[in-house]
Design a protein. Structure first.
Length: 362
């Protein structure tokens, strides 16, 4: 499968690879290694194996999939490791965030106690001569220089007509305890709405999964979640583990690109919603990422930092701007702007800020 990243010119590739301002991106064109840590219920190993075999048959035909392995711990038979290799990150993310994937993994839920998914670009590897000469085995040329912050978002829709009630509920609550444990801390939560769509972006230093579980246990957050339940378009029961799991699986809006300038001033936070045509969300996200990467390298640009989130046909751009400047909706380059317009299913929307909270010392 040829990704859009592979079609870049060598000069464009080099420019993007060596940019130290981009701390996170799925658009490098390099191979991806996915690691899934699985804790299986005692006595459910055979059920787990059967579910995995069915999953393997289905995933083998997914574009971009290369191979996978299933491993069992030699110390604890309940612990399993699934690794898979993909041609690049975009095809994997397209699949893992799809309804098809939600249906595929459903049989695993009844036999698995806990899972943890990790995704890595392959930077270096040791192999035979034939492997080293293979043009298909692309490595990330330069490691990313991150800032220690993990960015993630959730998005969902509420019933039309309930927007004002939901906005009030989401704005009027006490912030949860920022400290999760000795290594993890909540840094910032920004919540936006446009029409009946809600986007909640969070920044975490440390372990994202631990932070999400910590937040879910906080009484203040639990009260807010219960209060908005009657207004959600997708029904959920937070007391039902499977119902809650399915809701938050579908609500996940992963960050696919983050870029930051050397200027560490706070700026004014804005969010723009780009509704993509069916099947074109990843390409739309890539074009926006390219635009903001170029802006970060331009000393005269008002863009301080930008994060692009994407799932299916939902693309959200969270951007911090200098002063009172408004973020430009389309790229300045006419060719890129024209392609963005072609990929849009509706007009780009500036989202309304509901709340933006920083934890002390973040």
């Amino acid at each position: 499968m040829t990704t859009t990243s592979e079609r870049l010119s060598e000069k464009e590739k080099l420019t993007r690879e060596v940019s130290k301002r981009v701390s996170q991106s799925v658009f490098d064109g390099s191979r991806l290694r996915v690691v899934l840590l699985v804790d299986v219920y005692d006595g459910a190993q055979q059920q787990f194996l059967e579910a995995y075999e069915q999953l393997c048959k289905q995933v083998a035909s997914v574009p971009g999939h290369v191979s996978d392995q299933l491993c069992q711990s030699i110390e604890n038979p309940s612990q399993w490791l699934i690794t898979s290799e993909w041609e690049s990150a975009p095809p994997f993310l397209t699949w893992v965030n799809s309804e098809e994937h939600v249906r595929m993994v459903q049989p695993l839920h009844s036999c698995v106690r806990d899972t943890r998914s990790l995704r890595f670009h392959i930077v270096r590897e040791t192999g035979g001569a034939a492997q080293a000469q293979s043009a298909e085995r692309r490595l990330q040329a330069h490691p990313r220089i991150g800032d220690g912050v993990i960015r993630h978002a959730l998005t969902f829709t509420v019933k039309p007509g309930s927007e004002k009630k939901v906005a009030k509920i989401l704005a009027d609550y006490s912030s949860p305890e920022a400290r999760v444990d000795d290594t993890t801390r909540l840094c910032r939560t920004s919540l936006f709405m446009h029409g009946n769509r809600v986007v909640r972006a969070i920044e975490v230093r440390g372990d994202l999964l631990a932070a999400l579980r910590h937040v879910a246990r906080q009484p203040e957050v639990r009260a807010v979640e219960e209060a908005i339940n009657p207004y959600l378009e997708q029904e959920r029961d937070l007391n039902d583990q499977e119902s809650a799991r399915m809701f938050f699986t579908r609500a996940a809006l992963p960050a696919v690109h983050h870029v930051s300038t050397e200027d560490q001033s706070e700026g004014r936070r804005q969010a723009l919603y780009y509704p993509a045509r069916p099947g074109r969300g990843m390409r739309l996200a890539e074009l926006i990422a390219q635009t903001d990467s170029a802006a970060a390298d331009d000393a005269g640009s008002p863009v301080l930092r930008s994060t692009v989130f994407q799932r299916d046909d939902v693309v959200v751009r969270l951007v911090d701007m200098r002063g009172d400047r408004e973020a430009e909706v389309l790229p300045r380059d006419s060719r890129s702007a024209a392609e963005v317009r072609e990929l849009l299913d509706a007009e780009v929307a500036r989202m309304d800020l509901i709340t933006d909270r920083r934890s002390p010392g973040a």
